[in-house]
Design a protein around this ligand. Structure first.
Ligand code: ADP
Ligand code: MG
Length: 239
């Protein structure tokens, strides 16, 4: 369970990104996080990971997340990733193993086998030696998911994983996430395409600095909640 209690995040420029935000998310589930630009979606994931400073409390299964970071896999929003970093696909995926073996250790054959398995799962086994800067957006996002798979984390946080990717990659990723949920994982996905919400997520969290609504997707994904988050203009075409 991920518990956030009365979270406030204020950045140095005095922008209030999370405002007394509280929620408890039980797994195994796939929870979509939606809300307008600047609503604090990315900030919420960063607070759960303790990579921004916040006031309030975050607990994961009752523990301080800082103590169990290796159990949390995270793929940040694409704009923050350095695509030019000179490593190949296999090496990139292997980075997911290090939280468990330690950064100074060499990977063993067994670890490399896990890397190969993960690349097979995302259907990129033939891309092992490719430099990451030669991949398409969708292939790269699959590499990042493979990195999460080898980490064997219980909690998976993905920030807008489907932005700018092809539909085949999107389908492969969605299938894997559904399997991971069946295997007991708790998955949080920041997302902005409202058309896929009911297909992809069993729970939905709507945020605009404050929690607007959280629960089963069919109960939360309502016009009233969307208007509260995005403003009236979101339904202008229908009226
Ligand atoms: P979202 O992911 O929902 O688009 P963010 O969590 O990225 O929103 O940002 C929430 C607010 O905090 C925005 O107004 C954004 O400009 C601001 N913000 C985000 N990161 C920083 C930062 N590192 N420094 C200052 N302001 C930031
Ligand atoms: Mg964001």
């Amino acid at each position: 369970m991920i518990e956030c209690k009365n979270l406030n995040v204020i950045y140095q420029n005095e922008i209030l990104a999370l405002d007394d935000f509280s929620v408890s998310i039980n797994g195994p589930t796939i929870t979509g996080i939606i809300g307008p630009n600047g609503a604090g979606k990315s900030t919420l994931l960063k607070a759960i990971l303790s990579i921004v400073s916040y006031s309030g409390v975050v607990l994961i299964n009752g523990e301080n997340p800082k103590k169990i970071l290796k159990r949390i896999a995270y793929v940040e929003q694409k704009t923050a990733i350095d695509f030019t970093f000179p490593i190949n696909v296999k090496e990139c995926v292997s980075l997911g193993v290090y939280p468990n073996v330690g950064i100074t250790k060499r990977l063993k054959k067994d670890n490399w086998n896990q890397v190969s398995e993960a690349l097979k799962a995302v259907r990129l086994e033939e891309f092992e030696q490719r430099q990451i800067n030669t991949l398409s957006g969708g292939q790269f996002q699959r590499v990042l998911l493979a990195r999460c798979l080898v980490q064997k984390a219980d909690i998976i946080l993905l920030d807008e994983p489907f932005v700018g990717i092809d539909s085949v990659s999107e389908q492969i990723i969605v299938q894997i996430l559904k399997l991971l949920k069946e295997n007991g994982k708790t998955i949080l996905i920041v997302h902005h395409d409202l058309s896929k919400v009911t297909q992809y997520f069993d729970q939905l969290l709507i945020i605009n600095k404050k929690l607007i609504s959280f629960g089963q997707t069919e109960e939360v994904f309502t016009k009233t909640n969307l208007k509260e988050a995005y403003g009236d203009s979101i339904f202008v075409e229908e009226e």
